[in-house]
Design a protein around this ligand. Structure first.
Ligand code: ANZ
Ligand code: ZN
Length: 837
């Protein structure tokens, strides 16, 4: 094993002021002046364009990587210590892979449309673009201070017209394919934010942004047909290397459920008809004792008997303003009203009453159910309250017994006519086939996923690029007229009346139809904050393209993203929306892969020192700028990676940051003891070197950075015990520490007389034979005569012994030209080579 080292005659120690200080009256002493060192290398990288990446085709496809961070929203409060956590992780990985000979795309940008900038504008009267761009400048400086190897010339901001031009372009493509449509429908409305929201933005019935209770409001909306992709969004989760909990959240959100639609005939005073219900348990049809329609069901009016009309109407009024969550809460007291009408159960012709109740939602299935109180909890509760019959049709053991609660599990059919005795799964299949044959029902797959409410009645977002023409209806803008610039407006304030502030700019609103040239009005709603982040990773491949969203060959060169790191809170928002847009772009031939992010890793939350979430109100916020000023960016980086596993939530700990600073001080001082290359390295230390390289290599690969750092600490402590240190050893240390602490290692690299940047140096290799813990010295004999000894693992096999001997240079030299008759290897003891001349 040899370690590439520069010829020592070429070693020019470039003595640079920052790392030396004059001790008064004494010699110059090297000292870890991190402030100047970090500045020096930041400037150097910038000047030398060290991190600029090109689509260099000399890298084969398997040597191209795309490592991405979730780009930040540039808030007014600046960078949080949580940001550098993920950014350091991807930076380590990127630097490591570059050193292993990969071409790595590692970009950064800003997700700069959204509510906070607009709210700030409302408070201060400052235009959102002014605050946004000031915040971006601050964020960029802060991020740069941490030494990440981003290719800054690829920076994008979603609120730049040159960027949102293509967001608008994608919208027009969606519109042309019928995947963006206008609808007037009841949606989630946040009265505080003054805007409609998507289902994904509502958490526990409250606005995800401000915590206000959501109302239902019927307003005109733009909606994206994400449901058209439900199956693919679900199926292709399989091919993704993502954390299981995230995949599960998406799976549940998409919520595929298989069942049957069954038609019940209505026997109402005001007319007859069919009510179609959706059930996941067609095997319980014999247990249906009543039927429930959602209050919004159009049939309600037709079937309600005159004497029930008043009560029914009152009930409907009460329901409409309730959110879905309020309606479906399991432990909420159930309520409902009898319509006066009856339905006929197709399997046994039983007449059952039709009720309306708000626990049945209009937006799911068919908006109508058959109620089986014996086997459904909500139905059970409802039946108890209103004294409706409960008939057991599934049994644990085939017998009929008294039930104290709904039994929702599978079992054996009872009270089900000729079908009794069948197992649930078989019965489901059989009855569905029977229903299909009789034309009474059919197999049906339903999804929980709803189409994406895509318009916001707010200012600071992408204008939706369509007009409403009196003659032609909705007409998209010509693509050549993009970007449709967001106009300036006097009042940013949400109007609260369902219109965006843009609606008040008459000059902008009144326009010509691109189709007929007649009078038309612009769409005044804007896109949600999630639009820009749906495709930013594509733009990074070709960020300044003025003719298309990105050039095909560049997309092909880089996509898909190989590693994506960010918080887990985006599971069903950004990560679902981006997958949807990506699949659409795949279908129209813009991208060449069906998934955008192949591997995803989550970073945990960095909590305050008191183990609580960091927040201004709790007074436990740590500002990364302060840490960088006091200890340096390298210390912050190593510290955040040393805190614990990347995905874990972990509290800040000032004491241990001091420990990390001391570690880097120690590393620094080791470079006072450089001995020329090839000087003797104690075998123990040499072994430790190989072991450390192996562990650091393996642990970066799996993003277990804390373990890698621990091992480097052990290595450094061992080196510290030596009075002089082989230059090769120090060289290896600088290389493996580099991804973690890029500034200090560039400086130490220079101290070793090497040329910057260290990132262009090959990652060191380790010798596997050097890293086994227990080794024994095996005598190697030729015809019974001792020739050499070779260290081998204690549990070495015969075959491995032979291999190690053949690899040994000294033995090979001895055996040169001789004929090997046989090799006798006795594991753990001796190896004898029988040769002939
Ligand atoms: C009869 C039945 C018997 C049901 C039984 C369940 C258990 P998922 O898995 O969520 O798809 N349901 C159908 N449409 C509904 C609506 N619009 N609002 C509220 N509930 C609705 O669940 C489907 C089940 O939820 C359906 O199967 C139906 O109740 C109810 F032992 O039908 B079931
Ligand atoms: Zn809100």
């Amino acid at each position: 094993m040899t370690f590439p080292v520069a010829d020592s005659s070429s070693v020019k120690l470039k003595v640079q002021p920052p790392c030396y200080k004059i001790i008064e009256g004494g010699p110059m002493e090297r000292f870890y002046d991190f402030i100047n060192i970090e500045k020096k290398w930041r400037d150097y990288w910038e000047r030398s364009k060290t991190f600029s990446v090109k689509e260099d085709t000399s890298f084969p496809a398997d040597k191209r990587l795309y490592v991405l961070d979730m780009f930040p929203y540039p808030s007014g409060s600046g960078l949080h210590v949580g940001h550098p956590e993920g950014y350091t992780a991807t930076d380590i990985y990127t630097r490591f892979k570059k050193m292993q000979g990969f071409n790595v795309l590692h970009p950064m940008g800003f997700d700069s449309f959204g509510l906070p900038a607009e709210n700030y504008a409302i408070q201060t009267g400052t235009h959102p673009s002014i605050t946004t761009y000031a915040n971006i400048d601050r964020f960029r400086d802060q991020i740069k201070s941490l030494g990440f190897c981003y290719d800054w010339k690829r920076e994008v901001s979603t609120s730049d017209p040159e960027y949102y031009r293509w967001t608008q372009w994608i919208f027009i493509q969606l519109f042309k394919k019928g995947l963006a449509y206008e609808a007037e429908m009841p949606i989630n409305w946040c009265p505080n934010c003054g805007t409609g929201l998507a289902n994904e933005e509502v958490k526990d019935g409250r606005c995800d942004r401000c915590g206000t209770l959501i109302e239902r409001r019927r307003i005109r909306q733009w909606v994206l047909k994400i449901t058209a992709y439900a199956d693919r969004l679900l199926d292709e989760l399989k091919i993704l290397d993502w954390p299981e909990p995230i995949k599960l959240q998406q799976e549940n959100w998409i919520g595929k459920s298989e069942g049957a639609e069954v038609d019940f005939s209505v026997d109402g005073e005001l007319g007859e008809g069919l009510v179609r219900i959706f059930t996941t348990r067609p095997d319980t049809l014999f247990g249906a004792t009543y039927m429930v329609l959602a209050p919004e069901h159009p049939l309600v009016e037709r079937i309600t008997s005159p004497d029930m009309a008043d009560e029914v109407e009152k009930y409907i009024e009460k329901t409409v303003s309730k959110s879905e969550l309020q309606r479906t809460e399991l432990n909420r007291e159930k309520s409902g009203v009898f319509t006066g009408a009856y339905a006929v159960n197709p399997v046994n012709n039983a007449k059952i009453p039709i009720w309306i109740a708000d626990y049945v939602l209009w937006g799911y299935g068919t908006g109508a159910i058959m109620a089986v109180p014996a086997h459904d909890e909500r139905d059970f509760e409802f039946a108890k309250k209103y004294g409706l019959p409960i008939i057991q049709v599934v049994s644990r053991d085939g017998s009929i017994y008294e039930m104290s609660e709904a039994e929702t599990g599978d079992g054996i059919a009872v009270n089900s006519g000729d079908w009794s005795g069948m197992k649930t799964a078989d019965f489901k299949r059989a009855i569905t086939a029977w229903l299909e044959k009789k034309n009474l029902g059919k197999l049906k797959i339903n999804y929980k996923l709803r189409d994406w409410i895509f318009s916001r009645q707010r200012y600071w977002g992408e204008p939706i690029p369509v007009v409403h023409c009196e003659k032609c209806g909705i007409v998209p803008l010509d693509e050549s007229d993009l970007p449709l610039m967001l106009p300036d407006v006097k009042s940013y304030k949400p109007t609260g009346n369902g219109e965006s502030p843009l609606a008040s700019i008459e000059k902008w609103v009144n326009t010509k139809c691109p189709n007929c040239g007649g009078k038309a009005k612009r769409e005044t709603n804007t896109m949600p904050q999630w639009a820009g982040s749906c495709w930013y990773y594509i733009r990074f491949t070709d960020p300044h393209n003025e003719n298309e969203l990105a050039r095909k060959d560049r997309i092909k060169y880089w996509l898909p993203v190989d590693l994506y790191v960010g918080g887990a809170e985006h599971a069903v928002l950004h990560l679902l929306y981006a997958r949807f847009w990506h699949k659409f772009l795949y279908d129209i031939g813009v991208v060449n892969t069906s998934e955008p992010f192949m591997a995803l890793r989550n970073q945990g939350m960095i909590l305050g020192e008191n183990n609580e979430k960091m927040s201004k109100s709790r007074g436990n916020v740590v500002n990364p700028d302060d840490v960088v000023a006091e200890y340096g960016a390298d210390t912050l980086r190593v510290y955040e990676m040393f805190l614990g596993p990347l995905a874990a939530d972990k509290p800040w700990n000032t004491q241990s940051i001091i420990g990390i600073k001391r570690f880097l001080d120690k590393v620094w001082r080791l470079y006072d003891r450089i001995e020329s290359t090839g000087s003797r390295v104690p075998q123990e230390l040499d072994r430790l070197r190989h072991k450390t390289i192996k562990i650091v290599t393996d642990k970066i690969e799996t993003l277990e950075f804390n373990t890698a750092i621990s091992q480097m600490m052990i290595f450094v402590n061992a080196m510290q015990k030596e009075e002089t240190l082989d230059r090769g050893l120090l060289r290896d240390l600088a290389l493996i520490l580099h991804p973690f602490a890029p500034f200090i290692t560039e400086e130490l690299w220079e101290t070793l007389g090497e040329m910057p940047s260290i990132i262009f140096t090959k990652w060191p290799k380790y010798d596997p034979s050097m890293i086994t813990e227990d080794v024994i010295r095996i005598p190697i004999q030729e015809n019974g005569k001792l020739r050499d000894t070779i260290d081998m693992p204690k549990d070495v096999t015969k075959e491995r012994m032979e291999e190690l001997v053949r690899e040994n240079k000294k033995i090979s030299a001895i055996l040169e030209g001789k004929k090997i008759i046989k090799i006798i290897a006795i594991p753990g003891k001796v190896l004898n080579i029988v040769t002939a001349k």
